[in-house]
Design a protein around this ligand. Structure first.
Ligand SMILES: CC(C)(COP(=O)(O)OP(=O)(O)OC[C@H]1O[C@@H](n2cnc3c(N)ncnc32)[C@H](O)[C@@H]1OP(=O)(O)O)[C@@H](O)C(=O)NCCC(=O)NCCS
Length: 174
């Protein structure tokens, strides 16, 4: 599969992880992530209030994938098959040369190098299979864990999005 076409769903594997499509049965884990104050701290989103919110979210995400609007993976530990976080490419430019990356991990799985493993694979997918020229990340200026991750991945500070959020950018072969 090449280009901005996400059917069949691109399952990605790394040393410890399998990145796969969200299932309806992931509703409890999606609720846990999207209602967690630590995870939400710098994301500027409304917390999930119920399992129904999570179910609706999963439905919307999978509709977006079907339309090739965006691509969103459940991060699972291959050994346990449980969702521990998510990662996505979204906000594609009209010519598909640019997209945004987003990611989140349940607190008990942070600090183990898991997101570095997942983001490295998704970035490669974006450059090699989708044909992106650059990937951007909007991160809260006080979100040190996210900023440290982006710097390890070689993203460079691009500009300020507003008084709170900074845009980091990674250019293919740049
Ligand atoms: C941002 C976020 C994903 C970063 O997660 P993370 O687990 O800290 O990220 P990494 O995968 O880079 O892991 C880094 C840590 O794992 C440690 N580590 C342990 N084992 C490791 C291994 N095998 N390989 C690499 N690093 C390892 C590293 O030393 C590093 O620790 P340090 O930060 O104290 O130096 C996480 O904090 C999060 O989900 N935050 C909430 C959501 C959010 O803010 N998302 C950002 C949206 S822009």
């Amino acid at each position: 599969m090449t280009g901005k076409n996400f059917t069949p769903f691109p399952v990605l594997r790394t040393g410890r992880l399998t990145l796969k499509q969200l299932r309806n049965t992931d509703d409890k884990e999606i609720f846990a992530l999207r209602s967690n104050d630590t995870v939400n701290k710098y994301l500027g989103r409304k917390p999930s209030r119920s399992i129904d919110d999570a179910k609706n979210f999963i439905r919307t995400i999978n509709e977006n994938i079907q339309r090739n609007d965006s691509i969103y993976w459940a991060i699972t530990l291959t050994d346990t098959d449980k969702l521990i976080g998510t990662i996505c490419l979204f906000n594609f430019s009209d010519d598909h040369s640019k997209a945004e990356i987003g990611y989140e991990l349940l607190p008990q799985f942070q600090g183990k190098g898991i997101m570095q493993e997942a983001t490295s694979k998704v970035i490669l997918f974006g450059f090699q299979h989708v044909g992106l020229h650059s990937i951007e990340a909007y991160t809260h200026s006080e979100n040190q864990r996210s900023t440290r991750l982006l710097e390890k991945l070689n993203f460079k500070r691009d500009s300020a999005a507003d008084e709170n959020f900074t845009i980091y950018k990674l250019t293919h072969n740049g």
